[in-house]
Design a protein around this ligand. Sequence first.
Ligand code: GAP
Length: 443
Amino acid sequence: MANKVTMEKIVSLCKRKGFVFQSSEIYGGLSSAWDYGPLGVELKKNIQNFWWKEMTQLQDNIVGLDASILMHPKVWEASGHVENFSDPLVDCKECKSRFRADQIDLTAACPTCGNKGTFTEPRDFNLMFSTHLGPVKNDNNIVYLRPETAQGIFVNFKNVVNACRLKVPFGIAQVGKAFRNEIVTKNFIFRTCEFEQMEMQFFCKPGDDDQWFDYWMKNRMEYYSKLGIHPEHLRFHQHGSDELAHYAKDAFDIEFLFPMGWQELEGVHSRTDFDLSRHTEYSGKKDLIYQDPITNEKYIPYVIETSAGLTRSVLMVLCDAYDEEELEGGDVRTVMHFHPRIAPITVAVLPLVKKDGIDELASQIEKGLREDFRTDYDLSGAIGRRYRRQDEVGTPFCVTVDYETKEDNAVTVRFRDSMEQKRVPVAELSQFLKDSIKNYSRT
Ligand code: GAP
């Protein structure tokens, strides 16, 4: 991978700068659980908002939903998760380490203790977390933490159709937490037990599904270039028949070149009428049958799903943005080339000196920008060092306020990527930054 990025460097930068912290660190940490710090929460929120706008506001026929994490347990019987949502696991009889059978060589020695021939037979382990609803624990009140957001959309299909008077084809989008009791949880926030998904289920007429599948594959790949991701770090991977999930007729992953290699970022799945048919069968309600208001034709719609990981997207964006650039004189700057639309801080205002009213003026200018941008105000240290600090957290624009500002009412805008500078009147600053964001392309 380009730009000398390694997972160690990303983890270290994330902790140092406040993107991501180990969960419960003061107690030694909880394996595979992570907390988003002040910059991480901004970055994650900006990616989510970008996805939401692209998938709802800018589309003709996609609406949003926010379903609850706990759902009726029958949902997960109907969806097939109780029966099928499992990984094959083996234990080492010597050291008790547990592995996914499909991810290690079962004829080799145990990766933890080095013993050979000590694995148990593989057995299926369901990935859903369960708990009990109410004060009494018994088999009748088991509920699951949802392992995907998708089912909240399927069970609300009729509610949404009726409330919004929607006609097929249309989509329902949702962002939210999902939970899986994953065994392999290395690689930082790539695979965790608690994570966030951005999913959209697109309902179409049976027979039109192949055409919509192609449409969404293309659309979703284009989305990543709008997000500023290097096209050479992205590719499609079609699922072979052995990889297809129980609900899928066809599936493509969009993969990203992470430091540990090509890995799934998003799935585009052709789910047929599997989910709506199963919920019709398990609920005993005919609610999920759609009647075309013009032709009166009745059918269960087919579904094309786009399912992206939000927390995994954060990792992708961090890895793709990371760079170490050698400057004149041999100095190296670490810079995060986030697209300005998703950078945690959009503009930092830096007074050149802390005296003669320059700092007050700078503070005033910074406050004036807050309505439109996430800002930072930094007056400590040499200006070069302050630029470096902003580069390292990916702030696309720094605004320097100096003695001349008092005379000409203008500031110097410094661009993160090119390090070029431009004098801009304070009265035009906000619009200038908005235009620069709109016209941004990574150099
Ligand atoms: N509704 C379909 C579905 O959930 P999936 O391929 O299992 O499909 C979709 O998951 C996306 O969710 C993945 O491409 C990935 O980005 C994200 N994801 C899945 N499991 C994850 C985990 N344990 N940690 C982080 N992200 C995960």
